[in-house]
Design a protein around this ligand. Sequence first.
Ligand SMILES: [Zn+2]
Ligand SMILES: [Zn+2]
Length: 350
Amino acid sequence: MANSDNTAAVLHAANDLRMESISVPEPKDTEVLISMGSVGICGSDIKYWALGKCGKFVVKEPMVLGHEASGVVVGVGSKVTHLKEGDRVAIEPGIPCRSCNLCKKGRYNLCPGVEFCATPPIDGNLCRLYKHPADFCFKLPDHVSLDEGAMLEPLSVAVYSCKRAEIDLGSTVLVCGAGPIGLLAMMVAKNAGATNIMITDIDEHRLNFAKKMGADHIFKIVDKDGDVVARKVSSILGEPDVTLDCSGVDSSFILGIQVTRPGGKVVRVGGGSPKVELPLTRLNTNEVDLLGIFRYANCYPIALDLIASGALNVKPLISHHFTLLETEKAFLTASDRNSQSIKVIIHCDR
Ligand SMILES: [Zn+2]
Ligand SMILES: [Zn+2]
């Protein structure tokens, strides 16, 4: 192998990100060694970097960041049959145990033993060289770029959300939050046949971008009073069959419960407070279903097909590019509202 330098973006603690040389991993029989290409910065990466934690996961030891990734295979374990050196792959970052009941049922995202890139204490792949189980690497067709390969990760979250919400032909959908996940969820919902989609945000730039990407309605949230927002949303959109809360803001999840039609579904895609007071009467009187999302399962192949077939174009979401050594700058850009960034990509091969 030509390159033995393995520079990595290692997070030691909140606001302590260092570019360090780590050892070059040796792939096992069933793994591949990957020369890393594109890695997208996710909201969770920013939380680890800024706060040292994300939800219940806390950074206690130095950890390599990054999990929205693609690269080129440069080493192949002896039992790997579907990949060879030179193949460009997207890397599905969560490796489940494969033998528990949840894994066997196909709900491997819920496996208690899952090891997920850049979720403490598991290292991510913001580095030059990284190894991964070959069956969680998806070969990219020649016309799909490494940047698009990195986008399969957030796109899989969007695909999983829409599948769980059973979005269908003619669905009316409210998407809360016009960040990368909200935008992708909106695009996937449209692809799944939703004909009336509203997306909300507090950021005008993001809403205008959402409009360009196909939202039927955009709604800027300015009112503090949730009931007023709910009335205004309903008067424009009608009653959505599904609300996908991709905002991570409690008031948006509550909005979803207030406006979704009887028998509809509200999906909490983003996070939010661990405890919130909710208007639960609608669950009993209107059978509004509340659903949670934890990452995704079996969605990478679908996400790849959506991009490879041309059904979805995710390229416009990629707003900024940085080299690996510019990782800190990339994080500053991704976390700065004024940068108008949507998806920031770090190129580990530059
Ligand atoms: Zn992510
Ligand atoms: Zn398992």
